[in-house]
Design a protein around this ligand. Structure first.
Ligand code: ZN
Length: 199
């Protein structure tokens, strides 16, 4: 009896350590998993393990991918002279959903936050600078969120891009202040992109 209940307790504890999963959800998931056919459980665990093992940063834009170069960086249909800088892979996905942006991206994996002690060296800014030196880049579009951190990051990027002579723009503030790019509808995103202002 004890043996089984300990296993269930462990499973609930593991699940509740995931973001957004409270103890009630963890219990519901645990009992659901225990009730699943073993093949389905195996498939779920294999999918998790495989994603964890194979997903890495694209060597060019640093988005999460399972290849050396992500499909966007590898595509010759994309305009490699325009780089849109975003905070996360989820923000990249939000712009991709609009289907109207044909440039490439650079994923910072975070934003500068003096409050949280996150400085320029803690996000993927150095990698962006390397790209600007190597390529025939004509424009950098800063599409960080309009939060305090996103704005601080945008200001920092514009300061380092300007001396290179590369055109630097910021998406319009059609995006509500403090708004997370991920949750904004495609029309608003497109308007923000089209109304971008040169810095
Ligand atoms: Zn890429």
């Amino acid at each position: 009896m004890n043996y089984y209940s300990e296993q269930i307790t462990n499973l609930i504890a593991e699940l509740s350590s995931l973001p957004g999963i409270g103890s009630k959800s963890a219990q519901r998931l645990a009992f659901h998993i225990i009730g699943m056919p073993i093949e389905k459980v195996n498939h779920l665990t294999e999918t998790i393990t495989s994603a964890r093992q194979n997903v890495r940063y694209c060597k060019e834009c640093l988005t999460l991918t399972d290849r050396e170069l992500c499909p966007i960086c590898a595509s010759d249909k994309r305009d490699h002279s325009v780089i849109m800088v975003v905070e996360s892979t989820r923000d990249l996905a939000a712009y991709e959903k609009t289907g109207k942006y044909d440039g490439v991206y650079h994923v910072l994996h975070g934003a500068i936050s003096p409050m949280l002690g996150i400085g320029p060296r803690d996000i993927k800014l150095k990698e962006l600078m390397v790209r600007l030196q190597k390529e025939e880049v004509k424009e950098v579009i800063i599409a960080t969120n309009s939060s305090v951190e996103g704005e601080a990051t945008a200001m920092f990027i514009s300061k380092v891009v300007k001396p290179t002579g590369i055109k630097c723009s910021r998406i319009a503030s059609g995006v509500p202040v403090g708004g997370d790019l991920e949750y904004i509808d495609e029309v608003t995103l497109l308007r923000a992109l089209e109304g971008r202002t040169q810095l």
